[in-house]
Design a protein around this ligand. Structure first.
Ligand SMILES: Cc1ncc(COP(=O)(O)O)c(C=O)c1O
Ligand SMILES: [Zn+2]
Length: 415
């Protein structure tokens, strides 16, 4: 049984109105006394709970920390994350034939991916806990963000990457920001198994999305989408389509909506339908949603060009699956070629993204074709990472270069 009920009594473990609760058994845990990632009783996932949930009137300022009243701390280790653009995409909107399509481009965060929203919170919590080494497993973007925020906080960072399966831009970021980079002979899920054990042995503070504080920061994607959509279209979106790897964002968006419902700022039937997209070669969440199962089956073999979502064991599935269901959403798998087509389509509308991000638009296109999304919907697609993260994929998807001589006549001859 998953218990995602908010509200009720503030437990004795609360500090400043904040505590951790197990989504499986309801056990409550003090947030800052000890380092804890899972329920001490049943090993279930933890989430951050509050004695009070804010409404839109409570927010002021710009970026992630505009939403401080919805976060466990008042300030973070910040490099001005959040406040990313919500773009119109006229060509895509016409192609898929849906009333309104917008793209929330999380690639416009400081390190080029949504991870910064989680790290600004998570690294600050790490400071408060007094840990001296931060660590993560990563398909690339988490390592880039943790390296950057760890550098800013002047704390040692260890990242475990699946050897040969991380895009060049991301490794470059982790390297330049000074992380200790360990290349593991195994996929992302194996990296996470190893780093989780190191964390359990007290060797490092884990900042993967199993860390409940990270998802608090990522909730602000939802708050921004709702505020921007209302401002620009007068409505909240009917649906949010997003790429799924560990299902952290799916869980975070659902938590965002639940908190707004608890605060009386949103009706339950106003929650946008959470629609997850995975690559065909790494689609355990899609399998679970389509088969109506409560749990995902881990895929041992995963492969996709969208290396950021090359994940076979989505750790946040117990929080995310109820969100897909409760919001009337769905999940869909797309091929690598469909992902590349969507990457090109976004580029034609002026939005440069890495392959995993384009999965959202590929999923929208496929679900429209299959008649699962209506033409009168207002849809937001989440693009999670910037084009420059994976320059090889971008170059392969784009046009060829043409050699020319170094004179104007020679160039005109070629043209
Ligand atoms: C670009 C990009 N998109 C999507 C994801 C998956 O996000 P989540 O784990 O929240 O499902 C990741 C993270 O691994 C990513 O780097
Ligand atoms: Zn528990």
């Amino acid at each position: 049984m998953v218990d995602l009920e908010l509200g009720g009594e503030t437990p004795a473990e609360a500090t400043d109105g904040v505590w951790l609760a197990c989504v499986a058994c309801g056990e409550t845990v003090a947030p800052y006394d000890d380092v804890v990632y899972r329920c001490p009783d049943c090993d279930g996932l933890l989430e951050v709970r509050y004695d009070e949930y804010p409404t839109f009137d409570d927010f002021e300022g710009v970026g992630v920390w505009r939403y401080a009243d919805a976060l466990p701390l008042n300030e973070g280790v910040s490099i001005r994350e959040g406040n990313t653009p919500l773009y119109t995409v006229p060509e895509i909107e016409a192609d898929v034939d849906v009333a309104d399509v917008r793209v929330k481009h999380e690639g416009m965060n400081p390190t080029g991916a949504f991870k910064d929203r989680g790290m600004t919170v998570g690294v600050k919590v790490a400071e408060r806990l007094g840990v001296d080494r931060l660590a993560c497993a990563s398909t690339g973007n988490t390592s880039a963000a943790l390296a950057c925020y760890g550098a800013r906080a002047d704390t040692e960072v260890l990242v475990l990457l699946p050897a040969g399966k991380v895009a060049a831009g991301k490794v470059a970021q982790a390297a330049l920001h000074g992380a200790r980079i360990l290349e593991v002979e195994g996929n992302f899920d194996a990296c996470l198994d190893v780093v989780a054990e190191l964390a359990a042995r007290g060797e490092a503070y884990l900042l993967n999305s199993i860390n409940p504080f990270r998802l608090e920061g990522q909730k602000t994607i939802g708050l921004e989408i709702l505020e921007q959509s209302k401002r620009e279209t007068g409505e909240w979106p009917d649906r949010i389509v997003l790429p799924v790897g560990n299902a952290g964002n799916t869980a975070a968006l659902y938590k965002c909506f639940r908190e707004l419902v608890e605060a009386g700022a949103m009706a339950e039937d106003e929650m946008p339908a959470l629609t997850g997209v995975q690559a065909e070669g790494a689609a355990p969440m899609v399998e679970a949603v389509r088969e109506g199962r409560e749990e995902v089956r881990r895929w041992e073999e995963v492969e996709t060009r969208a290396t950021a979502i090359r994940i076979g064991n989505p750790v946040n599935a117990p929080k995310a699956l109820p969100g897909v269901r409760a919001t009337g959403g769905t999940a869909v798998a797309v091929s690598d070629d469909e992902i590349t087509d969507a990457q090109r389509a976004l580029a034609r509308d002026g939005v440069g993204v890495e392959p995993a991000s384009a999965a959202s638009v590929a999923g929208l296109t496929k679900l429209r074709r299959e008649g699962e999304i209506d033409d009168d919907e207002q849809v937001v697609c989440l693009t999670t990472g910037h084009l420059l993260k994976d320059p090889d994929a971008a170059a392969a998807a784009g046009g060829d270069t043409t050699p020319v001589p170094a004179d104007a006549d020679g160039v005109l001859d070629v043209l």
